[in-house]
Design a protein around this ligand. Structure first.
Ligand code: AP5
Length: 219
């Protein structure tokens, strides 16, 4: 069972993917998280990706695909359910993902399109805080940590992502509409596309998500 989350920046994909990981033990593959890890580690790939991410542009496909391939190739991975969060981001990546799936004798079964208004997303992102160690996200109003400004799991100080400023958020949204949005048609044709109203509170979105996913997970 392989699932793709699609949606513009700040719509809540990462938040919901983490909740599925916690409840169902699925594996999340977030290319944004993997790229930020590479930047933090100072790897050659991270150094190449950094400028693109700071400008809110897509990182070149060959860099991103290598990261995904590596994650999917771990032993026994074909027995697991993956949640692809923020990947694919364009048609070429979707075609490559289909090939990667074929290689592990699997396929994408469900694609979830998260939808909500742009202005509300911007306010979500300006209040987002992230743990620099585990990358778990919080929100100053909607998803507070147990202790002010400390990660619940790692107990380290939360930070704001460097691309969470209004001009870069708007650029990331523009990139979404130009490059990622056409994927909806790609997956609609395969009859695996479902949509979720992501403007509801976090727990309500999760219930909608579970209604779509749990039967497929056999839960
Ligand atoms: P990435 O990290 O994937 O960022 P994104 O797609 O812009 O998505 P976000 O992480 O901003 O949003 P989200 O939907 O996960 O929201 P979240 O759950 O955190 O990518 C970053 C960059 O990496 C890209 O710009 C690009 O440069 C590069 N990149 C990544 N993948 C790539 C690829 N495949 N190809 C090329 N380049 C790639 O929620 C946001 C906030 O809202 C949080 O504070 C949360 O607590 C809060 N919140 C969540 N849900 C709710 C709710 N229902 N109600 C109230 N608050 C909520």
């Amino acid at each position: 069972m392989q699932i793709v989350f699609i949606g513009p920046p700040g719509v809540g994909k990462g938040t919901q993917a983490n909740m599925l990981v916690d409840k169902y033990g699925v594996l999340k593959i977030s290319t944004g998280d993997l790229l930020r890890d590479a930047i933090k580690a100072g790897s050659p790939l991270g150094n190449q990706a950094k400028g693109y991410m700071e400008r809110g542009e897509l990182v070149p496909d060959e860099l991103v695909l290598g990261l995904v391939q590596e994650k999917v190739s771990i032993p026994q991975s074909n027995l697991k359910t993956f949640i692809f969060d923020g990947f694919p981001r364009n048609i070429q990546q979707a075609i490559e993902l289909d090939k990667i799936m074929l290689n592990i004798h699997s396929k994408i079964n469900l694609v979830i399109d998260f939808t909500m208004d742009e202005e509300d997303r911007i306010s979500r992102l300006s209040g987002r805080r992230m743990c620099p160690k585990c990358q778990r996200t919080y929100h100053i109003k909607f998803s507070k940590p147990k202790v002010d400004n400390l990660c619940d799991i790692c107990s380290v100080q939360l930070v704001q992502r460097s691309d969470d400023n209004e001009s870069v958020i708007r650029q990331r949204s523009a990139v979404y509409w130009e490059h990622t949005r056409p994927l909806l048609e790609y997956y609609k044709k395969q009859e695996i596309l479902k949509s979720i109203d992501a403007s509801q509170p976090i727990d309500k979105v999760f219930i909608s998500l579970e209604n779509l996913i749990a039967p497929l997970l056999g839960a």
